[in-house]
Write a protein that binds this ligand. Structure first.
Ligand code: 7TS
Length: 424
């Protein structure tokens, strides 16, 4: 393609979306969105890697360090009590956000990666033995593959992988066939970070539960985009990261059903996770503190709570509806460009548009888009097996948040035309 002609503008602000979502007002809550990069207006489409932070989250972090900083749970003084109360209030905010039955089912961790490792190293080490199997899917992020591989290697167990079709959808019948008496746990992404596929979790969980197999859900790419209700899903574990849902980095959540968490051994040893310690014997703290050794990310928890309150004020259903329209618009616009092939065309998708351009390496696509101020991600997205499945080394991936606009999608599409022009 040699034409430099811009794609026709959609000619209307994103406000014209049927959902009536005031995206311009929302954008003003995110200071970074106003900055330039490389002399161009920033178009941030790398939200699956990490999202930007609203002012309320940034303020919660600095307010904590300015006015509230103290170590928690152990202090008798004013600031320690204040910090403890704020930290535990954040736990309740998370509990309500995902509708967990009890705040003690909310374990604070470093992120999705740590949450999954925690389950593999505690529940997994107790329940998975030689000859047993762990079942995942072909579209998992490395952090929902490697912790299970480590466990299987240690125990002489086998990692089984449920296949997908060419649209990037899980083959449910194949998945069901892989559930056997040897399967000790299922670990599955709610939403694929590389393809955007939303998995049919209710069915997956029902199928597994029919055989009394617990299910861990990697919710890293779901929580920023849709309402998650762990009780309705009936999942046994649900893992997610604060930084992908507009909170700070270094913070995340493991939800686990209380009955399972109670029965699991501790993950790490240290302060806070104990009830009493002698050199002969240590007894462990109650939930969730049994799994929270050492001084936690106090500011991170409080600021994640602020992010959730911010999301609640907008409403997850409004966010989901707006993003659905945005993704449909992006899909139409980008797939209409000759030479572009979408990777991941599931019927149910959220947040992600992965693509390859004929004859052009995704890395070059990303580099040229960057010159236009458009930030996307290129590579295997820490999901190498899914790249192998599609027979490609990498994709270019645009990933969206509710502060993105139709105009930004158009900037992406025009950027792609420019890439093709450069390589023509
Ligand atoms: N699971 C999924 C589905 C993910 O997308 C990611 C990060 C993780 C787990 C790990 O999360 P962390 O917060 O513990 O690192 N995904 C990406 C991505 O798509 N691009 O950069 C990071």
């Amino acid at each position: 393609m040699t034409t430099a002609a811009k794609l026709p503008s959609t000619g209307s602000s994103a406000r014209a979306f049927a959902t009536g979502f005031d995206v311009e007002k929302i954008r003003r809550d995110f200071p970074i969105l106003a900055r330039d990069v490389r002399g161009k207006k920033l178009v941030y489409l790398d939200n699956a890697a990490t999202s930007q932070k609203p002012r309320v989250v940034i303020d919660a972090l600095s307010r904590y360090y300015e006015l509230e900083n103290a170590n928690i749970h152990r202090g008798v003084h004013f600031l320690s009590e204040l910090a403890t109360a704020e930290h535990e209030r954040a736990r309740q905010t998370v509990q309500q956000f995902i509708n967990a039955a009890d705040a003690k089912e909310i374990v604070f961790v470093r992120g999705t990666t740590e949450a999954i490792n925690l389950v593999a190293q505690t529940y997994g080490r107790v329940h998975v033995g030689a000859g047993d199997e762990v079942l995942i899917t072909a579209m998992e992020h490395h952090s929902n593959i490697v912790p299970w591989q480590l466990l299987c290697e240690e125990k002489g167990a086998k990692l089984r992988v449920a296949p997908i079709n060419d649209d990037g959808e899980l083959l449910l019948e194949e998945f069901a066939k892989l559930l056997t008496s040897r399967t000790k746990i299922v670990a599955v992404a709610h939403v694929s970070n590389a393809l955007g596929t939303v998995n049919p979790l209710r069915q997956i969980i029902q199928l597994a539960h029919q055989k009394n197999i617990p299910v861990l859900v990697d919710g890293a790419q779901a929580v920023p985009h849709m309402k998650v209700d762990v009780q309705t899903l009936d999942c046994d574990f649900y893992a997610f990261s604060s930084h992908k849902m507009f909170g700070p980095t270094g913070m995340g959540v493991l939800y686990g059903k209380a009955s399972l968490l109670e029965a699991m051994p501790p993950y790490q040893g240290g302060g806070e996770m104990i009830s009493s310690v002698t050199f002969e014997k240590t007894t462990y703290n109650k939930l969730p503190f049994k799994f929270e050794a050492g001084t936690p990310n106090i500011a991170g928890a409080i600021a994640m709570g602020a992010a959730i309150e911010y999301l609640n004020a907008i409403g997850m259903s409004k966010i989901a509806a707006y993003e659905h329209e945005l993704l449909e618009h992006a899909t139409r616009k980008v797939s209409a460009i000759p030479g572009v092939r979408l990777i991941g065309t599931a019927k149910e998708k959220a947040g992600v548009l992965s693509f390859v351009i004929e004859g052009i390496h995704p890395h070059d696509v990303g580099t040229i888009l960057d010159q236009e101020g458009v930030a996307i991600r290129t590579g295997h997205h820490c999901a190498q097996p899914i790249m192998d499945r599609f027979g490609i080394p990498a994709t270019a991936r645009a990933s969206f948040a509710f502060y993105n606009t139709k105009e930004e999608v158009d900037a992406l599409a025009n950027g792609i035309l420019k890439v093709q022009e450069v390589f023509a």
